[in-house]
Ligand binder design. Structure first.
Ligand SMILES: Nc1nc2c(ncn2[C@@H]2O[C@H](COP(=O)(O)OP(=O)(O)O)[C@@H](O)[C@H]2O)c(=O)[nH]1
Ligand SMILES: [Mg+2]
Length: 151
């Protein structure tokens, strides 16, 4: 993982095709989410906008600090390069695992409050999800797309 993510991330926003950027630490469930959503019509919409989807493993308490740092680093890199009204959805994934952290705990652990303070115009939402059953995946994307409609 490099220290400068600006270029690749900024490049994503110079594309004319709309897209949603899914990111997160290894093993958080990104591939599983994409696999589960593969037939989803939401991903093929031609809505002319983008959103971010950050995937967090809610059972992995040991990597909470790392996942927070990674998120804040990416958000710092995109600030000023990505329109402020492009929203960020956080999937609090693996929520069905006993002892997993709640969406509320995840927003505290990620320190979303300070991200909101730094960029009060950017919308945030934490959605509990299970990529295996698909629980919460569409609710999360619905929120992201509703936000996009208002842009
Ligand atoms: N219990 C549980 N396991 C999951 C969930 N999502 C992904 N996994 C598992 O977590 C591991 C990593 O998932 P993967 O999609 O490969 O993560 P990626 O590295 O972010 O793409 C795999 O063993 C998945 O089966 C979930 O919601 N609940
Ligand atoms: Mg993967």
């Amino acid at each position: 993982m490099g220290t400068t993510l600006g270029k690749p991330f900024v490049g994503l926003f110079q594309e004319t095709e709309p897209r949603i950027v899914l990111f997160g630490l290894p093993g958080t469930g990104k591939s599983s989410i994409l696999h589960k959503l593969k037939t989803g019509e939401v991903l093929s919409t031609n809505m002319p906008t983008v959103g971010f989807v950050y995937v967090v493993d809610t059972k992995d308490r040991e990597r909470m600090e790392e996942t927070k740092s990674f998120l804040h680093m990416v958000m710092d890199e995109i600030q000023g390069n990505v329109p402020d009204n492009v929203a960020v959805l956080v999937y609090a994934n693996k929520h069905e695992v006993p002892g997993a952290m709640t969406a509320y705990e995840i927003s505290n652990e990620l320190d979303l409050a300070s991200l909101r303070q730094k960029n009060w115009q950017r919308n945030w939402h934490v959605q509990s999800s299970c990529a295996l059953s698909g629980d919460g995946l569409h609710e999360g994307l619905d929120w992201l797309l509703k936000n996009a409609e208002r842009m």
